[in-house]
Structure formats: C-alpha cells, structure tokens
Design a binder for this molecule. Sequence first.
Ligand SMILES: Cc1cc2nc3c(=O)[nH]c(=O)nc-3n(C[C@H](O)[C@H](O)[C@H](O)COP(=O)(O)O)c2cc1C
Length: 377
Amino acid sequence: MKNSFVHAVGRSYRALTPVIFLADSEPAHDFVLDLSEVLGKVPGVPSLMRACMRVSHPSLNTTVAGIEFENPIGLAAGFDHEAQMPRIVDGLGFGFQSVGTVTNGAYEGNPYPRIKRLVKSRTMLVYKGFKSTGMSAVLKRLKGQQWRVPVGISIGRTNPLGEYTYPAAIGDIVEAFRKACNSGVPFAYFELNISCPNMLREVSFYEPERLAELLTAVCALNLPKPLFIKMPIGLQDDGVRALLDVVMCFPVAAVIFGNLQINRTDPAFDPQELATLAQYPGNWSGMPCQKRSDHLVTLAYNHVKGRLAIIGCGGIFSAADAYRKIRNGASLVQLVTATVWEGPQVPAEICADLPALLARDGFKNISEAVGVDAGKS
Ligand SMILES: Cc1cc2nc3c(=O)[nH]c(=O)nc-3n(C[C@H](O)[C@H](O)[C@H](O)COP(=O)(O)O)c2cc1C
C-alpha cells in the first residue's frame, strides 16, 4: 500500500519535471531547503511525512561503523549545506544524512552560475565551492535538535583561506572539527571532505604524505564518533590505492566513493548538451559519476579487505543502481542528484524496491549482498 503510494508520488513528480526544470537550479534548491526547515518546525508535519512516505523493511536494517541504520540510503553532502533538513529527512525515507560541507570560516560561494542542469545527461554542473555560513552558525542552528536517523557532518577547509599553506589548511580543518566535537550536537559521524574539486586555490591532500599529515592532526582530537572520508573519483587507480593505504593507518571507519566527476569526456554526457555549458567552470554530479564510482567501490572493497567500510555515491537513481553498488562492495550508499530527477520521495522508492532484489538473489539482509560481485571484475 505504502509502496504503491510512494511510486505514485514518484510518477507524478517525474511527469512534472518538464515544468520543474523551467526553474533556475540554485533558487529552486534554496526554496526547497527553506521550505524543509519550515516544515520541520511545524508540529505534526514530520510525523505525517514519516507515516505517508517512510518505507521500512527488516532486510534493509544494517549496522556500519557501530551505527544502526534502518536503511542504507543516505542524503549525500552538498544538498543540505546549511543543515536545514535533519528534522524531516527521515520523513522522506532516508536512512541517514550528511549535512554540509561546513567550513570553519564563512564563504558566500564561488561566482554565479553555480548549479546548472543538463537534463538529458542527468547531471548538474556544480561550482558552489563550499558556500557556507561557517561552522559556528551551523552548529547554532542545530543546537538542541534530536533526529530519528543518524546525521553526520561533512567538514572541509574554508574557501577562500587567508594563507594557502598546508599548516593553515590543516589548522582550519582541525578547528572546524574541534567546534563540531565540542558543540554537544548529536552527530552520529564525521565526514572529512578532501575531494571538493571547486576550490579557488587547491591545497591538495591527494599526496599520501599530505593526507597522513591531515589525518594525524584530525585524529589527535580523539573524535567521539566514527570518521568517514569523502574521496575523489578523478585520481588514477594507483593514486586511490595509495590514499587508501594511508587511510588504513588511522582510526577511520569508512571511505565514500565519491565526489563530483571532473572528466568532461565521460560517455554519460550527451555531447551536444555538454557543449552548451562548455564555457562554465565546475564539476559534475549524477550519471557521469556512476561508472567511475561503481568501479572505485569495487577497487576499494578489494583493496581494504574489510578494514574500512565502503560507502557508494555517484549516479544512484534507482534501487537497481543502489543494489549494484552494494554488490560491488558498498555497505551504505548516498545520493543527491536523484532527488532532482526522480523526486524527493526517491529514497522511499528505493527502499520499496530493494527488498525484492535482495529476495530474488536469496539474501535476507543487505549486509549479505555487500561485495558479492567485487571479485568478478
Ligand atoms: C549542488 C551540489 C553540491 C554539492 N556539494 C557538496 C559538498 O559540499 N560536499 C561534498 O562532499 N559533496 C558535494 N556534492 C557532491 C555530492 O555529495 C555527490 O558526491 C555527487 O553529487 C555524486 O552523487 P549524485 O550523483 O547522487 O549527485 C555536491 C553535489 C551537488 C549536486
């Protein structure tokens, strides 16, 4: 009954996308965030949404990094960069959420345009570059809140930074972690974002020694909750393995593969459509991330041999996409772009459809499916 309802909502949303896509991306996004914040504060609305939209099934319950998840579908960092949605995110059907990326200092964001859709290619050009009111303001908003699903905070370096040196960048990131740790806000995990491709000037942590310096400083804080790392998908496989070797030397619980696609030659682009945005800077979400993140989930699963959990992110639009990443090695998955193309009910639709895929293959729980295809490539 509920499954039919969420699919009906999905069909209605998809029928309306030609109209929805007439709106400019960034104002539409801001409107949704402001509306979510208001709805989350109206008594009864979050529980009504939960009653109508949330799809639960025992085969989707899982525990990763000591955290219990009712389902493995998370809202990835970037959608709710100012943490306006945690009160209602479970009402949309999500199993968890990463707020942010939040930075220590405030930044109004890179020059416009910062989000542009390519409808056929199912992707957005993203050039926000860590727009953030800053850690203190975000923590103030979240103070006193309690949530029904695990909520983590994604943390990155302030953009722009006064001084572009490694000590300055590490100090800035550590300060943001310190504030989040001391805030009393009940984050379930911390997500260190080392992979934003839209920084004004790069202070890169893709060199293994540099990543080790950063992790030494962050882990010296003795974080009270598990640490996840949001990884890039633009490095060569060997470069990714080298970073994973570093990560495994630290008390890190999970790696997320991954962030935006920088490669404009990915076959998922419709070339003519891509040409219309050729003059704009930025990097890509959605379908152009899919193949590369699928591959890196498998690579990471095979490389870390159970030492880290893998979280799949990039081009998940359906239960089949989520299930493929799980079979490749992901214990959890995250998405953003599908909420725009498929609708805000997409996590509920995925949760409605996943149990049948698991049952078809003889799995009683998603944890049994994690990595079953990882040895095949
Ligand atoms: C508008 C937008 C803003 C984003 N901002 C962030 C961010 O602040 N931090 C981050 O780690 N990832 C950010 N991302 C990347 C997403 O978290 C995700 O890694 C990427 O979009 C691939 O997932 P998807 O195909 O489901 O969108 C952003 C993505 C979009 C579309």
